[in-house]
Design a protein around this ligand. Sequence first.
Ligand code: 5GP
Length: 193
Amino acid sequence: MIVATTGPMANSGRLIVLTGPSGVGKGTLVSRLLRNRPALFLSVSATTRAPRPNEVEGVHYYFITRTKFEELIAQGQLLEWAEYLSNYYGTPRQAVLERLATGADVLLEIEVEGARQVLKTFPQAITIFILPPSLSTLAARLKQRRTESPEVITRRLTKAAQEITHAPEFSHRIVNDQLAEAVAQLEAILYPA
Ligand code: 5GP
């Protein structure tokens, strides 16, 4: 088993999945975590969504066409994938498995459907669901971020309410109210004293 902590694959790193609704602050939590733990490897996802102005190919995502994405699915090159609000998002399998095999911990920052798939395939994965203090806080954060149009924000919020119903399926839950506190909770889960 790839993420075993005992037995012949004892040197494998841990697969860590951070999930939760869009706008909940997963990205900010991840950047804080990576700053504290530079040895962590953050998987770069593939998506069919158009890049936002500040986004860099191969850093934030691999931006690919639907045809190419469907090829990756057919070839079994994705560890998990999901269609989220009319775009595909998925985790390239090989990069993750290679890093785990070197003993490095690998972090996935993904939406809820994909995280549920990972739970089935890698039951030993450490799965953490990030919750907003409330749906109205989430709405305010999405608006503040100014990366999406009002229609997209409405769709993301409707989706978020449904995604939150799956929070109990994951091994850990953190309410992202005060960022520093949420980072500390994340660190405590991943690196217990
Ligand atoms: P955004 O369009 O805001 O970058 O991402 C939309 C949602 O897709 C976010 O919840 C983000 O975490 C998620 N996402 C990013 N990459 C992946 C991936 O590889 N797989 C899945 N299932 N979700 C992803």
